[in-house]
Design a protein around this ligand. Sequence first.
Ligand SMILES: [Zn+2]
Length: 408
Amino acid sequence: MMDGSEDRVAASAVAMESASSEDYESDAEMPVATTFDRTLSHHHSYLGETEVLRGRTFYEDGVIVSMPLLNFEHIVVPNQIFPLTVFEDYFKDLLLHCIENDHTFGVISGRYNNFTKNSPLMGTTVEIYEYNYGNNSDNFIVKTKGRQRFKLIETVTFSSSFQVAKVEILPEVKLPDFFSEIKSHSLNRYRKSRPQRCKKREAALTPWPNWVYDQYDAKILVTKIKDALYSGHKGLSVSIPDDPSELSFWMAQYLAINDEQKLQILRTNNPIERLRLEYNILLKSRFMCCSTCKNKIGMQSDMFSMSVDGPQGTFCNPNGYVHDVLTFYQVKGLHYGTHPPSLEFSWFPEYAWTVAYCDSCMNHLGWKFTATKDQLVPKTFWGIRRKGLVAQIDCNHEYNEGLLSMLE
Ligand SMILES: [Zn+2]
């Protein structure tokens, strides 16, 4: 895959294809039934053959452990899969050390953290599950997955090449049963068949109405979020996690939120709090705009799944650049480089990529993917870099009009 930076000069120097900034580039229908094998992008098949590492490392809540530390440009959340192509010696040493031990290292994004006593650095443990030294010894390929959140305690040593840190594994806090002190035994036989009615009865015995408790009910929140996703975002076509923690991290990748919001989610120990924040963002119909000039690119509801993980994915190119990407079935406001569509290292096999830029400011926004086989559906789609996008509320949308009028 070619990075925008490599093609930017050529693209700005010559005439380019242009898409109207007013209208969507294609009048494509939402591709509900794709014929692309969406497990290929999930498995990052473009990286070739890899060795599988068996076993999983799971740390107890609150435990303090030492592990190699990587200061990374991206904020990684638990369950996020991300591949790496590594060339630097210190990085290769770090990965080899992990492969020979418990396969785990810590990732922080120091760029977005202010490290003070009151605001410690937060990160995520990451586990290597596949690796390959590559075709030659120059590069080292690994596939990794985010596992658990942590707080950085201290950097304990510098080994000969990489950093090692002491970290505290953060808990996933679960709220206690609100009604444990006032449970009425006479309702026990109805708890399974009529849980909501029992809850209302018991809430009536407290100072707060039932709807207050509903806002902190994990099951209700998960159902609301899944209903909103499946009804308003028809291109998802993937199974969405039921577990509140897993869903909160899935949403952190799905929503085109900025790094500060992602960090806020990482800092929050309670999955219900994370889901409440994400639900509020989800409900606002949002335009995705170029992060540099605010040129409109598409709606959040224009996103669709080209991976079994959803519209979100983290990919790497042969030069080691990592991109957080969201896939859209329609976009507007893009220009294309003159480099012919290429299948080389394509994240979506049999789709050829073309580098795409904002047609207003030339910011590298992502890639257009074009099918090279007749049977492939969709014929085209776009992978847009999360860091190239910023979300803005669509004030003309029916839902947000209602919301705004309520505020007036
Ligand atoms: Zn722009």
